[in-house]
Design a protein around this ligand. Structure first.
Ligand code: ZN
Ligand code: ZN
Length: 426
């Protein structure tokens, strides 16, 4: 059996489960749950894994699920899917669109939708786990299917680890994950090395001295301090970072004051920083702190600013050798639909799991836009304006060939390692 024969043998069963998988997807899509609340979802996942013969660990930090299938001596491969949805009101118009509302961690009623495609990731992984379990003669080793809660808030992977994940499952030799992105469906994008950025969120409060709007001489105006900070922060990317180094610094929120004739006491800024390597990250974060402190001092602020660190995502850096093997296998399975993809300024917490085991990994992009729609927009030069991206209320992965492709990728990648020993190439 060549590697391609082995992939074909496992994927031969896909046609027989396609309709069932499409129903599973629609069910997940119509019943989204926010991070750490994925109880219904986790229940469905666990039930399916168990019915295929996986040993199932449930309730990891509440809603995490891991299925382990041991199939003789050999390497251990971990496949990961995330499970959570977003507080977004779906506007896709799909017959299986979400109309759900839930209570968020702050106690507010919010709409909820699978606007990032995690429902697709889960369905693909359930398809792959089913097919692998159904064809044990085609491979050898241990398959670990990990369904992770709360990727969006950024703490799902960490909290599974804190709840003892490393002691629960065998150490994986390699780990894989995928994400739907707005590229043509059927296309698969790999990239060695840096793929997704690290993200740091900062909440910055600057303090002035409040006074009547008519008497600025009696005040230290925090609105002016905050404004100077917003402008000066732009110089980090334009003046301090090399043109070849991708970095994003965004001030997403500025809040101060309540009235035109009152100079407030303080102002608050929410800052988001995206970087691709730790050296640059440290440099940019230090520059943000330096600028904030210096602007406060320049204005004679009443006290030092408060800089609080919020959610943080690690960078996703794909292992070169693992990515080379997976890309080669994808080229066999998908021919010209396997492409190299550009750096993405999005972030993920997946890498915390392989990092905790010291395991190399690769993470790839799964196209999910109707190919004709995509090509038409491309011809008009309007892809970014016309094609809804992840987190948009109109983000709607086309069911096929996205789902088929996402099952094929996972099986193909897993089989790069789960070969029978006598078939391992020298
Ligand atoms: Zn997302
Ligand atoms: Zn996502």
């Amino acid at each position: 059996m060549t590697p391609k024969d082995r992939v074909d043998a496992v994927l031969a069963g896909l046609e027989g489960i396609r309709t069932d998988l499409e129903e599973v997807y629609k069910d997940f899509h119509a019943h989204p749950e926010l991070g750490h609340q994925e109880h219904r979802t986790a229940g469905r996942v666990a039930e399916r894994l168990r019915s295929c013969g996986y040993q199932v660990h449930e309730g990891i930090d509440g809603t995490g699920v891991v299925g382990v299938l041991a199939n003789g001596e050999g390497p251990t491969v971990l496949l990961r899917a995330d499970m959570d949805a977003l507080p977004v009101a779906e506007e896709t118009g799909l017959p299986y669109a979400s109309t759900a509302e839930v209570t968020d961690p702050g106690g507010r009623r919010v709409p909820v939708a699978h606007a990032c495609g995690h429902d697709m990731h889960m369905t693909c992984l359930l398809g792959a786990t089913h097919l692998m379990a159904a064809t044990p003669a085609a491979w050898q080793g241990t398959l670990v299917a990990l369904f992770q809660p709360a990727e969006e808030p950024g703490d799902g992977a960490d909290r599974m680890l804190a709840d003892g994940l490393t002691a629960m499952i065998p150490r994986p030799d390699v780990a894989f994950a995928q994400h739907v992105l707005p590229y043509p469906a059927g296309q698969v994008g790999t990239r060695a090395g840096s793929f997704l950025s690290a993200a740091d969120n900062l909440r910055i409060t600057v303090y002035g001295r409040g006074a009547h709007g008519s008497a600025p001489q009696a005040a230290i105006d925090p609105v002016v301090i905050a404004s100077m900070i917003v402008v000066r922060l732009q110089t980090i990317v334009s003046r301090e970072v090399a043109a070849t180094q991708p970095v994003v610094v965004t001030v997403g929120s500025v809040r101060a004051g309540t009235s035109g004739n009152v100079i407030p006491e303080s102002a608050e800024l929410l800052v988001n920083v995206r970087t691709f390597d730790d050296g640059t990250r440290q440099m940019v974060l230090a520059a943000v702190r330096r600028i904030v402190r210096a602007e406060c001092e320049a204005s004679g602020a009443s006290r030092a600013p408060r800089i609080e660190e919020g959610t943080r995502f690690p960078p996703t850096v794909n292992d070169d050798a693992v990515t080379r093997d997976v890309s080669a296998a994808f080229s066999e399975t998908f021919a010209e639909r396997a492409v190299t993809i550009e750096l993405q300024s999005a972030s993920e917490d997946f890498s915390r799991i392989p990092d905790a085991f010291g395991t190399p990994y690769t993470y790839w992009a799964l196209g999910c836009v109707d190919p004709d729609t995509y090509q038409a927009a491309r011809r008009r030069g309007t892809v970014t304006q016309e094609i809804p991206v992840n987190h948009s209320p109109r983000f709607a992965p086309v069911l096929q060939p996205t789902l088929d492709t996402g099952v094929q990728t996972l099986v193909t990648a897993a089989l790069t390692r789960l070969a029978k020993p006598d078939h391992v190439s020298p």
